[in-house]
Ligand binder design. Structure first.
Ligand code: SF4
Length: 306
C-alpha cells in the first residue's frame, strides 16, 4: 500500500518543469528507502482506528455521477477517507482524513506526522464547522461527536464545539474570508510574508519575500538550506564564484556549483535551496548550489540551471 501510494505521488511530478529526471529519481530513491518506516506508521495508525463499513451507498465518498459531472450527495452511515466537504455559504472547503458517520453523530479524525500543536485542534474545529455547514453532505445537520488528531504514537481527542463556540468560529471564518477578499482585490494584491513563504512555489518572483525577509547567510547553520539573492562577482575556481550582496557592494559568500549551472560575472541571481557548508580553508561563508537547488536570473544569462 505504501509503495502504491508513493508511485501515485511520484506520478504527480511528471511533466513538472521544475523537477528534472535526475531530481525525480533522487526523490523516488529517498522516499522508497522510507517505505518500511511508512508501513509501520500506517499499521500503527490503523490498529487504533475503528472503521465502519458503508452500507447502501452506491456512490463512494458521497459522489454521484450525473450528466457527465459530479453531484455531491448526502453521506450515509460508515467511514469515509479523504472526503471533501464544502460550505458554500461560508465559501470554505476542505478535505478530511477520516469521517465516520453513525446513527446519531459523526466523528472526525485528522492524521498528523509532526509534533503535537494546538493549531491542529483548531483545524479540527474548522472541520467541524465545515461539516455543520455542508448542506449537500450533511442535509440533516447530523451532530458531531468526537474530534481526534492522530499523531504517530498517540491520539488527542476533544469534544465537538458547542453551539456558542461554533458560532464564534463561524464569525471568525467569515471575517477572515472578508479580509482575504480585500487583500486579493487590492491592486496590487497584498503579500503576507512569514515562515510559510519557504514552502511557496512562487517565492522566486515575490518582491515582498526578497525585500522584507531576512536572507542573511550568516544566520544559517552549516548543512542548512537557504535562499539568497545577489550578484555574481569574481570567479574563484573552475566551479566556484564569489557572490556579492544585492547592491553589488561586498562579497557575501563563495558559491560552489555542484549542478551543471554556469555563472557569468554581473548576473543578478535568486537562488533557492542552496546549502550552507563549512570550509575552514575559506575566509568567508561557503554555500553550494546543489542538483536540487534552483537558480533564477534577474538579469544576464545562465546555462544549465539545476
Ligand atoms: S513568498 Fe510571497 S507570494 Fe509566496 S507566500 Fe510569501 S508573500 Fe505570499
Amino acid at each position: 500500500m505504501a509503495t502504491e501510494a508513493l508511485e501515485q505521488r511520484m506520478a504527480m511530478l511528471d511533466g513538472n518543469p521544475r523537477v528534472s529526471a535526475t531530481r525525480r529519481e533522487q526523490i523516488q530513491r529517498l522516499l522508497a528507502d522510507r517505505v518500511p518506516e511508512a508501513r509501520v506508521d500506517v499499521q500503527t495508525r490503523l490498529s487504533r482506528l475503528t472503521l465502519v463499513p458503508r452500507r447502501g451507498r452506491p456512490a463512494a465518498l458521497g459522489l454521484a455521477l450525473h450528466s457527465g459531472g459530479h453531484t455531491r450527495t448526502a453521506l450515509g452511515p460508515g467511514s469515509y477517507a479523504e472526503v471533501s466537504l464544502r460550505a458554500n455559504e461560508l465559501r470554505i472547503k476542505g478535505r478530511l482524513d477520516l469521517l465516520t458517520i453513525s446513527a446519531s453523530h459523526v466523528d472526525i479524525v485528522d492524521h498528523k506526522t509532526g509534533r503535537e500543536d494546538p493549531d491542529h485542534l483548531d483545524q479540527l474545529r474548522f472541520y467541524g464547522v465545515l461539516w455543520e455547514n455542508d448542506l449537500a453532505a450533511n442535509p440533516s445537520r447530523m451532530p458531531m461527536g468526537e474530534l481526534t488528531v492522530a499523531y504517530p504514537a498517540t491520539d488527542i481527542t476533544i469534544q465537538s464545539p458547542d453551539a456558542s463556540e461554533l458560532d464564534r468560529i463561524t464569525q471568525s471564518i467569515k471575517s477572515r474570508v472578508r479580509a482575504a477578499d480585500e487583500q486579493i482585490e487590492a491592486d496590487p494584491p497584498v503579500a503576507t510574508t512569514g515562515p510559510h513563504c519557504v514552502q511557496c512555489p512562487v517565492r522566486s518572483i515575490c518582491p515582498a519575500y526578497w525585500d522584507s525577509m531576512n536572507h542573511d547567510p550568516t544566520s544559517v547553520a552549516p548543512n542548512s538550506w537557504f535562499d539568497f539573492e545577489g550578484i555574481v562577482g569574481d570567479q574563484n575556481g573552475a566551479k566556484s564564484w564569489w557572490l556579492l550582496d544585492r547592491f553589488g557592494s561586498r562579497r557575501v559568500l563563495l558559491l560552489r556549483i555542484a549542478s551543471g549551472a554556469e555563472l557569468a560575472q554581473g548576473q543578478r541571481l535568486r537562488l533557492l535551496g542552496i546549502r550552507r557548508d563549512h570550509d575552514p580553508g575559506v575566509d568567508g561563508i561557503v554555500a553550494t548550489l546543489t542538483t536540487t537547488s534552483e537558480s533564477f536570473i534577474l538579469s544576464g544569462e545562465i546555462a544549465g540551471t539545476r
